[in-house]
Design a protein around this ligand. Structure first.
Ligand SMILES: [Mn+2]
Length: 477
């Protein structure tokens, strides 16, 4: 699937609005897109961005149904496949060894393959002036490329990384590269610097199979390649093409590819940028991407997104990550039943986690575990609840927190790394965290009082009333 094919699929499902009216890339298109996602509207294809020939596609990820099309099935199905994949134990007998080998072989089949040509090689220029890059909000520092697949190699291990980092356009040969300290791109630049290198090669792909865009946002460990992950999810190896100016590779399905480099000693003011916190990220110093060459399909479409106060499109990407990474969390912390990162908690501010509790202090054990795990380590507040709580229902979560928590006894505070978009702590990227143990307390945890039971109807009465409801003539249903 490429972006054209994906848009065709949406069109056939009547889930694509094609806008022929001339509209501006400066705030007008992004604002239309933000309104569309808030109204649960269709994906958008702007055919006539004023001043440009290349159409702009937005709201490509902005619904659960669209995410399932991109994911080739339900998130639950993909979560089960991941659970199966990571379920192996150390092989003991012959049979185990065969099973393990079969599994690894199957995974190897999803490793990316290199092909020799791609549609994006049709047109070649040396700058991005033709690309209709959008400006989202009034105080933004300029136009930002918002859905780039940024590809680098670890200078030491040569491992490939594909991440998504916004790129502020300074001029048509130069952009910013928003490599926050926790991101793999930033790690690659730091390694290059340590090795005494002047620069690293960077390739940026726009468009392509939208599952690649999701994979670029997924919080994978550095050693797991995003293209392998995408290949596994879609059940078909991702095809890559060699770059012209470096040893990097880019997805053959891309619409536009930008090749260039980032120097280890060059930084420039980046921002402000209206961010997914609902506040602006203010000016800060970031690396600079210098463009060498641009390739594109003759019929290229430019994909973009807009972030801001929730709910925006990134909520649906976050939901996919929540479901797909739950099996990995459960692999490490096997008492975890479910995990929810509510969209208004911005993924890194608040997490609800339900557990099968057996012993005193277990809620704290789980919270400490999560604070040591990948990108979840950046979570500011973690609430631990019992296994019978529907943690996707925020009202129920509030009800449980209120009923089960003594704030003095059941909250705990510590410090640790925070997301670079954190607004409230003394320093960005490092500060306070809070855990709330909202599980029912055990005597060893200080609850020696009699704990009254929860109010619930007798099951036989509930059944009877349900059955006889019509007879009472209380309401039509
Ligand atoms: Mn990575």
């Amino acid at each position: 699937m490429d972006l054209h094919q994906y848009l065709d699929i949406l069109d056939r499902k009547n889930d694509l609005a094609i806008i022929d009216a001339e509209v501006s890339v400066n705030q007008e298109i992004p604002y239309i897109a933000s309104e569309a996602v808030k109204k649960e509207g269709r994906a958008l294809l702007f055919k006539n961005p004023s001043g440009y020939k290349i159409p702009v596609a937005m709201n490509l990820f902005g619904s659960k149904a669209r995410m399932e099309t991109i994911m080739r099935g339900s998130l639950e199905k993909q979560a089960d496949r991941i659970r199966e994949l990571i379920s192996f134990q150390i092989p003991s007998g012959m049979f185990d060894k065969i099973k393990m080998a079969a599994k690894l072989n199957k995974l190897a089949g999803f490793a990316p393959k290199t092909v020799s040509n791609a549609p994006f090689k049709q047109i070649h220029t040396d700058n991005i002036e033709e690309i209709p890059v959008t400006t989202s909000w009034p105080l933004d520092g300029g136009p930002f490329i918002t859905l780039p697949l940024v590809i680098t190699r670890n200078p030491q291990t040569k491992k490939l990384n594909c991440g998504m980092y916004r790129m502020q356009v300074y001029d048509n040969k130069t952009t910013g590269m928003h490599w926050q300290v926790h991101k793999d791109g930033a790690l690659h630049l730091a390694i290059a610097k340590r090795m005494g290198k002047r620069k690293i090669d960077v390739a940026v792909a726009l468009g392509g199979d939208p599952i690649l865009t999701y994979a670029a946002t997924a919080p994978l460990p550095e050693e797991i390649n995003e293209f392998l992950f995408a290949g596994f999810l879609r059940g078909d190896a991702v095809k890559l093409v060699k770059c012209e100016h470096s040893d990097l590779v880019v997805p053959a399905s891309a619409e536009i590819v930008i090749e260039g480099e980032v120097f280890t000693d060059e930084m420039r003011e980046e921002g402000p940028f209206g961010d997914h916190t609902g506040y602006y990220s203010w000016n800060d110093s970031y690396p600079v991407f210098r463009i060498k060459a641009v390739y594109r399909r003759a019929d290229a479409i430019y994909p973009a997104t807009v972030v801001g106060k929730p709910i925006m499109e990134d909520a649906f990407l976050g939901l996919a990550t929540e479901r797909l990474f739950l099996p990995m969390v459960q692999k490490m912390l096997d008492e975890v039943v479910d995990m929810h990162l509510p969209p208004y908690g911005l993924f890194h501010n608040l997490a609800f986690v339900s557990i099968k509790k057996r012993f005193a202090g277990q809620a704290r054990k789980v919270a400490y575990g999560l604070w040591g795990m990948g990108m979840l380590s950046l979570t500011k507040m973690i609430v631990i609840l019992d296994e019978d709580v529907d943690i996707h229902n925020i009202d129920e979560v509030i009800w449980r927190i209120g009923n089960n928590t003594d704030p003095v006894r059941d909250t705990f505070f510590l410090k640790g790394p925070l997301d670079a978009l954190e607004n409230a702590s003394e320093n960005a990227v490092y500060g306070g965290k809070m855990g709330i143990d909202a599980t029912r307390k055990l005597p060893e945890e200080g609850l020696s009082r009699f704990l009254p039971p929860e109010v619930k109807p007798d099951e036989s009465i509930a059944k009877l009333v349900k059955k006889r409801w019509k007879e009472y003539k209380i309401s039509p249903n």
